[in-house]
Each structure stands twice: as structure tokens, then as C-alpha cells.
Write a protein that binds this ligand. Structure first.
Ligand SMILES: [Zn+2]
Length: 242
């Protein structure tokens, strides 16, 4: 990595966004006092591979996004999203089939709609992140927003479970029955409103992960030459460890 300079033209202080070009790497950010070395792209070599990705996203999402590489291809992130969303669709289908309320065709269509909806919601979120970041002066282009959102899709798993359970109770008529017993006057439209509310609550973990991800990458740095070789180094390092 001797041919790479740090801080270079594009290096920002990862904490405050100060342009660090021309400063000594041993020094501190003149704006916020963070060590300049703490903004080095060398600290962004993640994620590794395998189940470690899910594990880190669940147990220490801040650290996951703080060490996430922001250069190179989004293909691994997209692959992670595809696996996560398809798994949710498959579980949805299994749950429906076991429940046996409708035919397999209807169950398949429903599971497909779940997959498509999660993709739509996720990409709308990525566009929202770009818009919001631009207004705040954060360096989050669509490519980075997409990467953050792809990994945040792990947050859709509890959302799908919660919505699945709520819809089951709704279809069975339980929500109408419970609420009218509880409150007396309860119309069918109010059950729909309640479902929308449950949906909004269910989205919280996904939203939280996106928020953490953007907070940790809003001034993120990458090596100008591209991180491909860095990612390879990380992979070989982790395979030596295990
Ligand atoms: Zn700073």
C-alpha cells in the first residue's frame, strides 16, 4: 500500500467531515480533535464473510458499519439482501402452507408480494437516505446508501414475523373480536388502521439499522485505487485465523 497516500484529496474526518488533505497522518483533526489515523480507509475492510455478517449486524451494528468498506462493488451487499429477502419469502410461504387457509397458488403469490414489497421499501429507503444526506451535507451517494440498506434488510426478519402473526389474527377475525371486547365500539376499518400501525412498528429495526449505518458512514473514506485488493487481504486474513 506504499503507493497510496493518506490523507489524500478525498479524505474527510470521519467524525466531522473536515477535509484532511495535506495534513500529517499522525496529527488530529483541526475541527473536532479526532486522530487523523482514525479516518484511515484501513479501518474499513469489512465485512468479512459467512455468518459473521448476520452476527455482527445483530450484535454490534455500529461497529459493523464503522468498519464497512465503502469502495468497490455492491455485489456482495446485493447478494446478502437477496438471500435475506428470499429467506423471508420462503418462511412466509411455509407458514402459509402449514396454515392451509388458501391454495398453494395464492400462498405463492402472497410470498412473492412480500419479496417484491421488501425490495421496493428498501430501495425507497435508499433514495430517502440520499436525499436526506444531501440536505445535511453528508457524503452518501446512492451507491453507499444502497450498500447500507442491503445489509439493513436483516431488520426485515422480525418485521415479517410480526406482520405475519398480525395478519394471521386479522384473517381469523381475532383482531375485530379482541378489540370490540376490549373497547366496545370497534369497526372493521379500525382493524386495518391497527395493522398499518403494527407495520410501522415492525419497520423500526430496519429503520434503526439504516440510521446507524448512515451515521457511521456519512463521511466514510475509501482508497482511491479501489478496495478490491483490501477486501482480498481481509478474506485471506480471516481464513488464516479460522
Ligand atoms: Zn474532525
Amino acid at each position: 500500500m506504499s503507493n497510496l497516500t493518506f490523507p489524500d484529496l478525498d479524505t474527510l474526518c470521519e467524525h466531522c467531515g473536515y477535509v484532511l488533505k495535506g495534513l500529517r497522518p499522525e496529527g488530529d483533526c483541526p475541527e473536532c480533535g479526532l486522530a487523523i489515523a482514525a479516518s484511515s480507509p484501513d479501518l474499513r475492510m469489512g465485512p468479512g464473510g459467512g455468518n459473521q455478517v448476520e452476527n455482527d449486524l445483530v450484535r454490534r451494528p455500529g461497529a459493523f458499519f464503522r468498519t464497512m468498506c465503502v469502495g468497490g462493488s455492491n455485489a456482495p451487499a446485493r447478494w446478502f439482501m437477496l438471500k435475506t429477502v428470499l429467506l423471508i419469502g420462503l418462511l412466509w410461504l411455509l407458514w402459509d402452507t402449514v396454515g392451509g387457509t388458501w391454495s398453494l397458488e395464492v400462498d405463492l403469490i402472497e410470498a412473492g408480494l412480500v419479496v417484491v414489497s421488501l425490495y421496493l421499501l428498501s430501495y425507497v429507503e435508499a433514495l430517502g437516505v440520499v436525499y436526506f444526506a444531501r440536505r445535511r451535507g453528508w457524503r452518501v451517494p446512492f451507491r453507499l446508501a444502497e450498500r447500507v440498506v442491503c445489509y439493513a434488510t436483516v431488520g426485515w426478519v422480525p418485521a415479517a414475523i410480526l406482520m405475519g402473526l398480525a395478519l394471521d389474527r386479522y384473517v381469523a377475525g381475532d383482531i375485530d373480536r379482541w378489540m370490540s371486547r376490549l373497547l366496545g365500539a370497534w369497526g372493521p376499518l379500525q382493524s386495518i388502521e391497527l395493522l398499518v400501525l403494527v407495520g410501522a412498528v415492525a419497520m423500526l429495526w430496519f429503520e434503526l439499522l439504516v440510521w446507524i449505518g448512515v451515521r457511521q458512514t456519512k463521511y466514510a473514506n475509501s482508497w482511491a485505487t479501489g478496495p478490491v485488493e483490501i477486501v482480498d487481504v481481509e478474506k485471506s486474513a480471516s481464513s488464516v485465523e479460522t
